[in-house]
Design a protein around this ligand. Structure first.
Ligand SMILES: [Zn+2]
Length: 296
């Protein structure tokens, strides 16, 4: 869902307002660039190229943006696809030259900084043409958003962490139990309960694959919807140490245990903004002190 501010931005851009376009660039380029830099192992020229591409592609495909996800999620989705394309192209170029000398996964290995997230996108990200799958995915997104909101407002961070590790980070029950110091049985119970609730919410729907698992689509929908990602302002509060203990621990978990690449990119961007502000303040103070004596 779009916020009021996002709607105003979009309307301005559709009307061709260059100043509003600049506002959108200012707002998102830092976090997109940080993410790209991270995914491309610090290759800044490639990161710049790919971020530039994202904004051009965004403008070219403005009409296909339905506003089902936030503007940020949409931009990151374009960015992830661009990075995957870049890796595919690179891989193709290399294989022309040295053919069998390079092992299959030498490139994609670099991308797996987020629990196989990119890998999943590569495997299924483009195969989403069927209308039925689209609709199912949209319904799943609604249900997931409601269920995760309930866990957050009930401050059930334990269950939230369990399902996040399973469906967002792609971890198995055993690994989840180890990471969270729970017994494997509790993890299985939490997972089962969550799936049952989800199925309950989708039960009057005839489009559920018969007897089939929705795990794959669930993960994919989760990656796109980012239901457990804290807001950028929450990451900012975490950085400033103004969150309460439970929330602070959760944000820490999301950033450092799950290692959510998009949130980490936001964190990088926020940190450099704060640093810049501090430097500006120091300079401001210096200029003030050195000039005050001349004020008559
Ligand atoms: Zn996140």
């Amino acid at each position: 869902m779009l916020t009021k501010a996002e709607q105003i931005l979009l309307e301005g851009i559709k009307a061709g307002d260059a100043e509003i376009w600049q506002q959108l660039l200012d707002r998102y380029q830092g976090r997109l660039y940080s993410y790209a830099l991270r995914m491309l192992n610090g290759r800044s020229a490639d990161a710049e190229d790919v971020v530039q591409d994202v904004f051009i592609s965004f403008l070219k495909n403005l009409s296909s943006f339905e506003g089902r996800s936030s503007l940020e999620s949409w931009l990151f989705l374009i960015l992830r696809r661009r990075i995957i394309d870049m890796f595919r192209r690179k891989k193709a170029d290399i294989s022309c030259l040295v053919n069998d000398l390079i092992s299959e996964d030498s490139d994609s290995g670099e991308l797996l900084t987020n629990g196989g997230l990119i890998e999943k996108m590569t495997a299924s990200g483009y195969a989403r043409n069927s209308e039925c799958k689209e609709r199912l995915s949209a319904m799943l997104a609604d249900a997931l958003s409601e269920l995760t909101d309930r866990l957050k407002s009930g401050r059930n961070f334990r269950d939230l962490k369990v399902i996040e590790l399973i469906f967002y980070a792609g971890q198995g029950n055993k690994q989840v139990a180890e990471i969270l110091a729970l017994d494997a049985n509790s993890v299985a119970v939490i997972r089962h309960r969550f799936i049952e609730k989800l199925k309950g919410m989708l039960s009057d729907n005839s489009e559920l694959p018969e007897g089939g698992s929705i795990d794959g689509l669930l993960s994919e929908t989760w990656v796109e919807g980012r239901f457990t990602c804290p807001k950028r302002s929450t990451i900012g509060s975490w950085l400033l140490g103004t969150l309460d203990e439970d929330w602070s621990a959760y944000v820490d978990f999301h950033l450092n245990t799950v290692g959510c690449a998009i949130c980490r990119a936001n964190l990088d961007d926020l940190e450099s903004t704060i640093k810049q502000k501090q430097q500006e303040n120091v300079l401001r103070q210096k200029i003030f002190e050195s000039s005050i004596g001349f004020l008559t």
